[in-house]
Design a protein around this ligand. Structure first.
Ligand SMILES: [Zn+2]
Length: 259
């Protein structure tokens, strides 16, 4: 069994066909899916998907792209939603994204920090979105040594991957690992220890080869990600499935393995 540890079932392209998407995932051997809610208006739909489908779990957070849209009082309603659902397995995705600078850096840091405090309080792992903000994110995470977290959709350099591994992170790989123009990500994929490796789609984005540009991405295609990870690491895909599923259970809780 494979687990797609990061997708967005509420985003256009997937929302309209959730039941089919979940069914195709299961047929492809993708037994569990974690769907990520990225802003307050997205949270109810995300929870709804995890309530409707036994195979779907959720994570709730404020994506750095949306950090400027919430007030500092967002954490309390978020905590209530998380506490009320049995299927929320993480806080996030949250983090820093200086690529487009959709919100001022100081606002992003504030909203990120509040979510880390919440995760600590709720004893939940965190799903991190980091883009062009490696140093600042690393600095902040060093203040939360007890938090367990994954660097979702790793897109940095091998050296950056090393920094995260040293800090105890899990590292999630998407379809980027199948792209010719991402040699650094493939290199990083080789050096992540077995017990920290995760696979994900980030669907509906980042369709992997060989379906890149032909189809919108969906959880079933995490099989292509796992196959490429296996090639890079010189092992077979069944082994990648076994270790990444075990790692997902350790990070997000055994309930996602047995539900
Ligand atoms: Zn995402």
């Amino acid at each position: 069994m494979l687990i797609d540890t990061h997708c967005h079932l509420t985003y256009p392209g997937l929302q309209e066909q959730q039941a089919d998407v979940v069914q195709r995932a299961q047929q492809a051997g993708v037994g569990k899916i974690i769907s990520i809610g990225t802003h307050p208006a997205d949270h109810p739909g995300t929870l709804d998907a995890s309530a409707r489908f036994e195979a779907v779990f959720s994570a709730l957070g404020i994506h750095p792209h949306h950090a400027g849209e919430v007030g500092e009082d967002f954490a309390e309603p978020l905590e209530k939603l998380v506490r009320a659902s049995q299927k929320v397995v993480a806080i996030g995705e949250c983090g820093l994204d200086y690529h487009g600078n959709s919100a001022p850096q100081i606002v992003q840091k504030k909203v990120f920090g509040l979510q880390l405090e919440l995760a600590k309080k709720l004893r939940l792992p965190v799903i991190l979105h980091v883009r062009d903000a490696h140093e600042d994110t690393l600095k902040i995470m060093r203040n939360f040594p007890d938090l367990r977290f994954v660097i979702h959709c790793f897109s940095g350099t091998p050296q950056e991957a090393q920094h995260w591994i040293q800090l105890g992170a899990h590292v999630g790989f998407t379809g980027i690992v199948t792209y010719k123009n991402a040699p650094g990500v493939r290199e990083a994929c080789k050096l992540v220890p077995e017990n920290r490796l995760l696979v994900e789609t980030d669907a509906p984005y980042l369709s992997p080869q060989p379906v890149r540009k032909m189809k919108i991405n969906e959880p079933a295609f995490v099989t292509h990600v796992a196959a490429q990870v296996a090639v890079e690491r010189g092992c077979d895909a069944a082994h990648v499935a076994a270790i990444t599923t075990q790692n997902a259970g350790e990070l997000f809780g055994a309930q996602i393995l047995h539900h």
